[in-house]
Design a protein around this ligand. Structure first.
Ligand code: FE2
Length: 691
């Protein structure tokens, strides 16, 4: 609300109905007869998207039943005892919003901690939440925040949040977290029901009976959310997890979705199962509605400024066949579904931080190498590996090689027509979001421009061209291999290049990307290309491990065939136990893997590193879980990875259990024309093959 005149404020408040409260100049002792009844507010409380003078508060009246609306009161205070209440206002939880409730409290002081609670007409109250406003734009104090992604309550425990809360409660005031940036996969819409899985397990995970869809659809072996009621059921189940709920009650969240808030392999309004895309505009709208209802975020919905309820546009699942230049499906129901909720936005914290958050799924084009036509371009002889030059052709489309794309794409003996040769380059951000993002990046005067990006930007690749003869088949590519195919920024070379060229050409410094999605910890430098092309970093990039969802190392432990000729590159036994060789493969290359397999000596393995493979990487752990924090000052950005053991069961203590390691990467602020660099410190534990 910053910047509005008083008249505008009143008008905005009127438009928002019972979802606005303004803090008064004086604080008074609470006059309510609040008695905590967590059972009546079973999903807890939350706050989100703080500004210097305002914050959004959230709860759900969980015993609303069939009542069209439940009258509530919100109280906000400067102290947890509510002796100094600064705002009291009536509000409402509507059945049309699944009895969720959002209130924007304005008139607050910057950089302050506040406490809040909701009460019903009988004085029955929610638990007490704690939140913090953002500092004023010129505030010179350091800022520190956490970033997380990928929590799955059906397959693991949310110990990462418990550890985060434990550490934050004990941190010095300057080091306490300002907020939690949630980069998506807050829920997983694909669920394995325990009774249908062998032994009730997936990988190492005991499947919990935490989510049952009232509607649901069984597809590709999973139960999949198929209605608004299903998505709502998901959020309700996740928010009843004590660690997730406690984290939202202690810290403001800044939420952004990734893929699983809608559909695992979905893009725009398409769901994709077993390689087949189908239009799902109704599901896209349902998932947007549930997200709006359950996430405390200042976002735009097509229904106007109301915070009370989402207004779902009427859509049907119609074929999407016409696409514009950026790959956006022009079918009216698709456009209406995508336009029903707009979540990309910026937030500002003091002098040092501008957070630019983008949406990677709503506007993106189809993943080019996931297309039917690309099927022959894979081989079991080289699992996960795709020739880099092939991916560059598929990414760039008609823009390849300055507008001279090849007629065919080859992979060993296979050759397919270049189905991308007349199409536009792969777009993730899309025609409206990209210029918005680049403009905001150029305009920011914060020291650190942090790109909150649900998908990882750091290239993952391998050097199978360096395999010794006789180890499996000869590599059919011309040089390096991309790891795992396309779909995220690591192979969206054209659009990523455009972002990085903007950073370079505008002389932007302090550019840092924070991401999730990959279920693994990565630290490195942002560069549009790697050797043998020029390596010219323009910023730093960090990716956080999953809170709890299984990662690649766990999948390889269970699924990678031990007799595969390339097992030394992925997962093999060294020194009597299975080792995550894939960490070495992507960071140091095949020669390091083979050296480690031969000697079991990590130092010797790193000396065999291929320096051209990953000059952008400082750290890579494809098996890490936990969370990350970023601390920003005038001099440096410091990213801390807090890695916990595989979270199979809830840790019984209040500290979230032991740590595997704590690693800090420090990026001194660079001047225009200087090259950013990372300094690594291992503070606790042993990251093993991750360095
Ligand atoms: Fe995920």
């Amino acid at each position: 609300m910053a910047g509005l005149t008083r008249r505008e404020l009143i008008l905005a408040a009127a438009a928002m109905g019972a979802t606005w409260a303004c803090a008064g100049p004086r604080s008074l002792r609470s006059r309510s007869s609040w008695v905590e009844r967590r059972d009546l507010f079973a999903e807890g409380v939350a706050s989100g998207d703080p500004a210097p003078d305002s914050v959004l508060l959230w709860t759900r009246a969980s015993s609303g039943g069939s009542e069209a609306s439940v009258a509530l009161t919100v109280e906000m205070a400067e102290d947890p005892e509510f002796e100094r209440v600064v705002a009291t206002a009536p509000t409402v939880a509507l059945l049309a919003a699944d009895h969720t409730c959002r209130v924007l409290v304005t008139g607050l002081q910057p950089a302050r901690t506040y406490w809040y609670r909701f009460l019903d007409a009988s004085g029955h109250g929610s638990r007490i939440g704690r939140t913090r406003t953002a500092p004023a734009d010129d505030d010179p104090r350091p800022v520190r925040f956490a970033f997380v992604s990928c929590q799955n309550i059906c397959e693991g425990a949310q110990n990462a949040y418990r550890r985060m809360i434990f550490e934050d409660e004990r941190a010095a005031p300057d080091d306490q977290l300002a907020f939690v940036l949630h980069l998506g996969d807050f829920v997983y819409e694909v669920v394995d029901y325990p009774e249908e899985a062998p032994g009730g397990h997936r990988y190492d995970r005991r499947l919990r009976d935490a989510v049952r869809f009232p509607d649901g659809e069984k597809i590709a072996g999973f139960h999949v959310a198929a209605s608004l009621a299903d998505y709502r059921a998901l959020y309700r189940a996740y928010l009843r997890d004590p660690d997730i709920q406690d984290a939202r009650a202690r810290l403001p969240f800044v939420p952004m979705w990734d893929n699983h808030e809608f559909s695992w392999q979905g893009w725009q309004s398409f769901q994709v199962f077993e390689g087949k895309a189908r239009p799902a505009q109704t599901i896209k709208v349902a998932s947007n509605q549930a997200w709006f209802e359950y996430q405390p975020a200042r976002v735009r919905h097509a229904g106007g400024p109301s915070l009370e309820r989402f207004e779902p546009p009427p859509v049907r699942d119609a074929p999407i066949e016409r696409f514009d230049e950026q790959g956006l499906g022009q079918e009216p129901n698709n456009l209406a579904a995508l336009g029903s909720l707009t979540t990309y936005r910026t937030l500002r914290w003091g002098r040092f931080l501008e957070l630019l958050i983008t949406d990677q799924h709503t506007y993106r084009g189809e993943v080019p190498d996931a297309r039917e036509e690309a099927r022959p371009l894979r081989s079991d002889a080289f699992p996960q590996l795709v020739p880099e030059e092939m991916m560059e052709i598929l990414d760039a489309g008609r823009a390849y090689a300055g507008g001279r794309p090849p007629e065919t794409v080859r992979y060993g003996d296979a050759q397919v027509p270049n189905f991308r040769k007349d199409e536009a380059p792969q777009a993730i951000l899309g025609a409206e979001q990209k210029p918005w993002f680049l403009d905001r990046l150029r305009a920011s005067n914060a020291t650190w421009k942090v790109w909150g990006n649900s998908q990882g930007t750091l290239d993952g690749r391998a050097d199978p061209q360096n395999l010794p003869p006789g180890l499996g088949k000869p590599w059919p590519g011309a040089g390096y291999a991309c790891f795992g195919g396309g779909g995220d920024w690591s192979t969206a070379y054209t659009e990523r290049g455009e972002v990085y060229e903007t950073v370079r050409d505008a002389g932007i410094t302090g550019f840092v990307t924070v991401s999730g999605d990959r279920h693994s910890f990565w630290a490195g430098l942002a560069a549009k290309s790697l050797p043998p092309a020029a390596f010219e970093p323009v910023g730093a990039a960090f990716i956080t491990g999953s809170v709890s969802a299984p990662g690649l190392v766990e999948a390889l432990e269970h699924r990678f065939p031990t007799e595969h000729p390339l097992s030394a590159l992925f997962m093999t036994e060294v020194g009597g136990r299975k080792q995550p060789m894939v960490n070495l493969l992507m960071h140091h290359g095949v020669r390091s893997c083979l050296e480690y397999q031969r000697t079991g000596d990590a130092e010797r393995a790193r000396r065999a590193s291929n320096p051209d493979l990953a000059p952008h990487l400082s750290f890579l752990d494809m098996g890490g879980h936990g969370y990350a924090t970023l601390r920003l000052t005038a001099e440096a950005a410091e990213c801390e990875f807090v890695c916990i053991p595989r979270p199979l069961e809830r840790s019984p203590g209040g500290d979230g259990g032991p740590l595997r390691y704590r690693v800090v990467h420090r990026v001194p602020l660079w001047r225009p024309g200087e090259r950013p660099r990372l300094e690594q410190r291992i503070l606790e534990g042993d990251p093993g093959l991750a360095i």
